[in-house]
Design a protein around this ligand. Sequence first.
Ligand SMILES: [Zn+2]
Length: 478
Amino acid sequence: MALLLAAFVVASFQSTPAAIDPAITRADLQRTLAFLASDELQGRSTGTPEALRAAEFLAQGLARAGIAPGGDDGTYLQRVPMSQVTFKGVPKLVAWDASGAQSELVCGVDFEWSGGVPTKKRLRARAVTKDDEMMKFTDDEVALFLDGSMSDRRRWLGDGRGAGFGLIIAPGNDAAGKEPSTKPPRSSRNSTDKSALPPGSIRAHGSFLAALRAGNVKALRVECDVEVLDLPAANVIGVLRGAGTPDEPTLAEQAIAFSAHYDHIGHREPSSDPSVDSIMNGADDDASGCAAVLELAEAFGSGPKPARTLIFFFATGEEIGLVGTKWYIEHPLVPIEKTVCDLNFEMIGRPDELAGGAGKLWLTGYERSNLGPEFVARGVPVVADPRPDQNFFGRSDNYALALRGVVAQTLSSFNLHKDYHGVDDELERIDFAHMESALRAAWPAIQALGQGTLDPAWNPGGDPSKKSTPAPRKDAGK
Ligand SMILES: [Zn+2]
C-alpha cells in the first residue's frame, strides 16, 4: 500500500500548474464536484483506490492554488493507518458443557455471524445482563447477551465498551437454521487501530441458544481463518503560513482550519440490471464542502499573505466515525491549542428554505460561540441550525476538534433531502448558483478569520470539551 501511496504522491508533484481563477465561481465549484461525484470514483469509500484518486485530485488542486503541502514528508497526504479484517472461510465454534463434552457448532445452522471478528481464539463463556458486569470483561471472554435487545447491544458496542472483547452473542431463533453457510461472513468495519478491532458478534440459534440460556455452555473455541489487510487512506492537507501583523506578529502562530470530508459511503452491490444505479456519489455529501474549501484555498492562495496560518483540510473516514480527523488531532500540523477555529463545510449543495433559501447557510452550534454573530455582523446571512433536534453539531468532523476545545462548527444548507446517503445524491441535483452566492456572501467573514480581525471564542457553557456542557449524543458521520 505504501507503494501505491508513493506513486500517487509523485503524480501530484507532476501536475502542471494551470492558471486558476482566484474568484469563487460556480464554474470552479462545478468542475470540482463533477470529478468527485463522478461514477468513476464509485462513491469514494474510505480505503479504496477510488477514494485515493479523489485525494490526488484535491492535492493537485491545492498545488495549483499555490498552497504548500501539509501532509507527510513534504506531500499533501497524511497517511491514516487503516486495517480491515476479512474472513477467508466459514467460521466454526466448538462448545464445551460442564461435563467436558465437546460439540461442534455449524455456521448457518447453530449460529449466524453478524459482524466483527474475534481477536482471540479461546474464549470463556460468561452470561451477563447488566452494564456494570460487562465492564469487567476481558478480551478472552464471551459476552452472552441473552436478555438484552439488539438495540441494547448496539448501544453497548457504540459506547466503545465492546472494543477488544472476544465475542458477543445475541439470541437468534429458537429453531436451528436450515443450511450450513458456504460463504465466509462479510468483513468487519475498518479500524485505525489493529488492537481495537470490533469484537465478533453472532446470533445463536436452536439447541445452541437453548444450551446458552440454560447455562450449559462453559467454554467456546472460535475457529476462523482471517486476514488483516492494510488499506490506503489519507487526509489531504495544505497550509498557507501566516505572516502576522505589525501589531500582532504572534497571530502567525495561530491557525484556522477550513475542512470538509472527501470520503463517502461507496456503492451497493451492483444490480444485474445496468439501468439500476448502485453508486452513492455523495455530490452534496460532501463533495460540495470539498469544492468550497478548494475555492477558499484558491482565493487565499492568490491574495495577500494572511495574518494567521490557514490549513485546508480534506478528511478521510468521516463516514466511518471521523477517523481521519481523529488521526489528524493526534498528528496535527499546528498544535491543537494554537488552532483557534475549524470552519467545516458539510452539504452546502442545495438550498434550505429554513435557512432562507438560495445563497443562505446555517451554522451548527450557533449559540455555542461568537462565530455566528460575528459572521452576521459582517453581513453574512447565516442563521442558527434550524433543526437542533438532528444534532448536526455532533455529526461531522468539526465535533472531534470541538471536543479538544477548538471553536469548530459546520456551515451547511442540508435541507434533509431524501437523497442523503442514497444513490440520488448526484451532481445534477446541485444548485451551483446557491453555492457560489453563499460562499461569496461568507467570504468577508472568512477573510476576517485569516486576517486575525475576528477572534473565535466559545460562549460560556458552549465549549463541549468542558465537563459542564452536556455531551451531544454519539452519532455516525453525516
Ligand atoms: Zn457529510
